[in-house]
Write a protein that binds this ligand. Structure first.
Ligand SMILES: C[S@@+](CC[C@H](N)C(=O)[O-])C[C@H]1O[C@@H](n2cnc3c(N)ncnc32)[C@H](O)[C@@H]1O
Length: 330
């Protein structure tokens, strides 16, 4: 379905005006403190063409293979890698040379066995030029309850970090965390061995120098993120917690950077981007989810409601322009 962008459709009949009005729903921009979040109803493969070389970070959770027929189109696990490769070029072209792609995804169990379509997808992406920088794990302390004859409760998902270059933008200081209370008690009485590098007793080559921790307030986190599943229904069946995109936005995009979620669902990435001072676009091919994203972002980011507003005045201006043109031609 072709999406009409208002500025492109200055035609002189009322049918066109109607189409323009529809496009108001398809593209909504919310703003907060100088940053914007544009929610686009469309296919991300088409919509991303307009953003070549502009994006710092694509962070997303694509539809699970076959998992959610009831809610949105899904792809058979055997076809998933092939389907996902139709997004490779639009994603790659949209990113700046220092840009990154974070894919939050988990393979599905098919007929009692873990299907490996996720590994296949990552392998194919790398064969097509992406660099596999690291594999992060999203650990869920509260996984879904249940019983399976050969498996336990599923408590984690992948977040693959892929990039256009081997040295993408990376700001670990953006995700430093408090060092934790253990330091106070452990470092209070340092022994002789703690004041210099203490090599491992079994000659493994590993060692530690605890004195280096003295006075430190923060520490770099590991590549395992512990984040509880979102409990409350956010108007979408597969919402990830805001802290997941927030972590990667702070780590992999500069302040004032530009972030995209090409499978944006209920708009979680938009909430994370606006609340960390980054502009973003969110794309989903389901209008209901786009509307939910607009509603959530207004509600959850609008600490001060005046700061978040529809930018309808721009569209209204274009409608006025079209109508004036029509009048002049009559
Ligand atoms: C797993 S959900 C994303 C959920 C999201 N992370 C959240 O927190 O709400 C995947 C989304 O991709 C959308 N989608 C599927 N194919 C698409 C396409 N070609 N272009 C844009 N969106 C698409 C679906 O409608 C669905 O909402």
């Amino acid at each position: 379905m072709k999406i009409m962008v208002p500025s492109k459709i200055v035609k002189s009949n009322s049918k066109r005006v109607q189409e323009t009005q529809t496009s108001i729903l398809r593209r909504t921009t919310l703003s907060k403190a100088g940053t914007t979040c544009t929610i686009i109803h469309g296919d991300s493969r088409e919509e991303l063409l307009a953003y070549a070389g502009k994006v710092d970070l694509i962070i997303t959770s694509p539809p699970y293979a076959d998992a959610r027929h009831k809610h949105y189109d899904s792809i058979h696990p055997d076809k998933f890698a092939e389907w996902f490769m139709t997004f490779h070029e639009p994603f790659y072209r949209a990113l700046k040379p220092t840009g990154s792609l974070i894919l939050n995804i988990k393979d599905k169990v098919v007929d009692g066995v873990r299907h490996r379509y996720v590994w296949k997808t990552i392998e194919l992406l790398c064969q097509n030029g992406w660099h596999s920088i690291d594999d992060y794990l999203w650990y869920k302390p509260n996984p879904m309850p249940g019983f399976w004859p050969t498996r336990l409760r599923d408590g984690w998902e992948y977040c693959f970090h892929l990039a256009k270059s081997k040295r993408p933008f990376f700001n670990p200081d953006g995700v430093r965390k408090p060092i934790g209370e253990w330091v106070d008690s452990r470092l209070k009485n340092l022994g002789k061995n703690d004041l210099s590098r203490h090599n491992s007793a079994n000659a493994s080559g590993f060692g530690r120098d605890l004195s280096k921790w003295v006075g430190k307030q923060t520490v770099l986190p590991s590549n395992v993120l512990s984040l509880a599943l979102v409990g409350k229904n956010k108007g979408h069946p597969a919402v990830f917690p805001v802290d997941l995109p927030l972590f990667f936005i702070k780590l992999l995009s500069p302040e004032n950077g530009f972030v995209v979620d090409p499978f944006s669902g209920s708009g979680t990435t938009g909430i994370a981007a606006l609340s960390s001072g980054r502009s973003c676009i969110l794309i989903d091919n389901n209008l209901v989810y786009c509307e939910e994203a607009v509603r959530r972002i207004q509600e959850e980011v609008a600490a001060t409601p005046n700061e978040v507003k529809f930018e309808k005045h721009q569209v209204m201006y274009q409608l006025k322009f079209i109508k004036e043109q029509q009048k002049a031609r009559r």
